[in-house]
Design a protein around this ligand. Structure first.
Ligand code: URA
Length: 256
């Protein structure tokens, strides 16, 4: 943790292919704000190639310069991977003329123009969403043949019978004729809540599956996406960078 700005200094990300101002690099990597970067440089907390940096406007080369912030080396990474706990009322899009988007929840300097949500959650669905600028990995994770498992905590308006749960776990025919892949449903004692696991992601899929058994979703929260589990310490609307282990697990998943 940096004493100056309170930002955890163990994951830093860079999106540049050209030289960049030192203060901009510190802010865009999510290390600290641009003004905190200027302050850290003034208070001699930033080094470039082992030498204390004097000027915020000095140009640094991400490929060749070693930059350290409060004694911690910035690790250059080609892509950003962010876990966001999506709140209600926010749309899974990069921009929207009317509603707040998941990208709007990231501060300037963390968000970049190439970042997008990896998969969609409905406006009133909560929980885990992955934001990245690694289009190739996202494409592989979202490909229908990848069958990436996603778990959702849900509540329904009416109890779900054993018979309907069995239909859910076999195949359901949705109102447009689409036949779902087998899903898993784990019911709580009240039979009106539990966990649903999908290995596909059609539009409004869980809502439409519940409608197909004459029921209705009243609460939906995604709690896992492939190898990622929603970080319980993230409040709604909060985000964090993925850890190295989480990124490696995602990359493995994208290859399977
Ligand atoms: N199924 C839905 O109906 N909505 C979501 O947001 C995700 C899965």
């Amino acid at each position: 943790m940096c004493f100056d700005c309170g930002v955890r200094a163990d994951h830093f990300y860079v999106f540049f292919e050209v030289d960049v101002r030192l203060d901009k690099l510190l802010s865009i990597t999510g290390t600290c704000s641009r003004s905190d970067a200027k302050r850290a440089i003034r208070t001699k907390n930033v080094t470039v190639n082992g030498i204390v940096a004097k000027n915020a406007d000095m140009q640094v080369d991400e490929n060749n310069d070693d930059v350290s912030y409060c004694g911690k080396k910035i690790v250059y990474r080609q892509y950003s991977y962010i876990m966001l706990n999506k709140p209600e009322g926010v749309v899974s899009a990069t921009e929207d003329g009317r509603d707040v988007t998941v990208l709007d929840l990231l501060p300037d300097g963390v968000r970049n123009d190439r970042m997008f949500p990896c998969g969609r959650l409905d406006k009133n669905t909560l929980g885990l969403i992955l934001l990245t600028d690694n289009g190739d990995l996202a494409h592989r994770l979202l490909a229908p043949k990848s069958h990436v498992a996603k778990k959702y905590r849900f509540c329904s308006r009416f109890p779900i019978s054993d018979e309907d749960a069995a239909r859910f776990e076999e195949r359901l025919v949705l109102e447009d004729g689409y036949v779902t892949l087998p899903a898993k449903i784990e019911l709580d004692e009240d039979r009106m809540s539990g966990i649903i696991t999908l290995v596909e992601g059609k539009y409004h899929q869980i809502k439409r599956m519940l409608e197909a058994i004459d029921n209705k979703i009243t609460y939906l929260e995604r709690i896992t996406f492939g190898p990622l589990t929603l970080d319980a310490s993230l409040a709604r609307g909060e985000w964090r960078y993925l850890s190295e282990d989480e990124i490696a697990a995602l990359e493995r998943h994208g290859k399977e």
